[in-house]
Design a protein around this ligand. Structure first.
Ligand code: AMP
Ligand code: FE
Ligand code: FE
Ligand code: ZN
Length: 285
């Protein structure tokens, strides 16, 4: 059994449609994928309707969160939620607010870039987001198309990284609240790539313990942005706190280099996640 519990489609900042994502999973020899677009469940219906026979799809989300820090900017963190009820009102409203915040923030980033002479077009950024949650990868592709960067990765390094003068924060959800909302909606919360330092500051073990006390159920240990040492450390912390360990590719289509299925999750861990969830079922034969 090969299981990849973190992937994105063009419903957020990946480049494959849900059907293309599932075809890519089958072609890579995967048995199970989770669909975890940023702040939206918009891809769930297409995944359920067009799922190839034999592939199991775990509906999920990757929620934009923040971990508060006294006397400093909050640390941005991502929370994976699996098998929750997408209609749970408080959680659904939180996703709507996150998407609205993304929109205003992206307009402001484009305004700042234009004001300093980078002729990026808001209409193009908006079109690339196709009505979904707009993010920096859409700005990156617009910059590449306009000849202002060679690749998406270079667009991040030149203009879109968190230290850039054009960078604007979104109004993220407090991560403890995120954990409680996923649980209230019958889902299983897993902290995504907790030690991905390339994206900025990361949380300490004290925060992981606090989140476990708040109801967090797992840590994403095996992830392309973690070193061997990070993975060993997180496995130890998960053991101490009684948390599940997951692994994934965080596949984004052609917006990132990472192939689907590079890291995986153990079948027993997936069984536990399914057993702990009460919000919805995987899409399966
Ligand atoms: P945002 O959610 O709008 O702040 O954008 C963050 C997203 O950008 C992440 O979820 C990644 O998908 C993507 N990202 C971050 N760094 C890079 C990079 N260097 N190259 C490509 N994509 C990136
Ligand atoms: Fe992303
Ligand atoms: Fe993430
Ligand atoms: Zn992701």
């Amino acid at each position: 059994m090969r299981i990849d519990l973190h992937t994105h489609t063009a419903r957020s900042d990946g480049t494959d449609s849900p059907a293309e994502l599932m075809a890519a999973a089958v072609a890579a020899g995967l048995d199970v994928i989770a669909l975890t677009d940023h702040d939206t469940t918009a891809g769930w219906a297409e995944a359920a309707a067009q799922r190839p026979p034999g592939l199991t799809v775990v509906p999920g989300v990757e929620l934009s969160c923040a971990s508060p820090v006294t006397g400093a900017d909050a640390i941005g963190v991502h929370l994976l939620g699996y098998l929750f009820d997408a209609e749970h009102p408080a959680f659904r409203d939180a996703r709507v607010r996150l998407r609205e915040s993304r929109h205003g923030r992206a307009e402001e980033m484009v305004r700042r870039m234009r004001a300093s002479g980078l002729p990026i077009e808001w209409d193009r950024v908006s079109a690339l987001a196709a009505g979904g949650p707009v993010g920096r990868p859409h700005m990156a592709r617009a910059l590449v198309e306009a000849g202002l960067a060679g690749t998406v990765d270079e667009a991040f390094r030149l203009h879109l990284h968190h230290g850039s003068p054009y960078y604007v924060r979104k109004a993220d959800v407090d991560v403890g609240d995120g954990v409680r909302m996923v649980r209230a909606a019958g889902g299983v919360p897993v902290l995504a790539h907790p030690l991905a330092r390339r994206r900025g500051r990361v949380v300490g073990d004290d925060v992981l313990a606090d989140l476990a006390a708040a109801g967090l159920l797992g840590l994403e240990v095996d992830h392309p942005d973690h070193t061997e040492e990070d993975r060993r450390h997180l496995r130890g912390v998960a053991g101490e706190l009684g948390l599940l360990c997951t692994g994934s590719s965080d596949y984004h289509g052609t917006n990132k280099q990472t192939p689907i299925g590079v890291f995986g999750t153990a079948p027993a861990v997936l069984d536990t996640i399914i057993g702990l969830s009460t919000g919805t079922r995987p899409y399966a034969d």
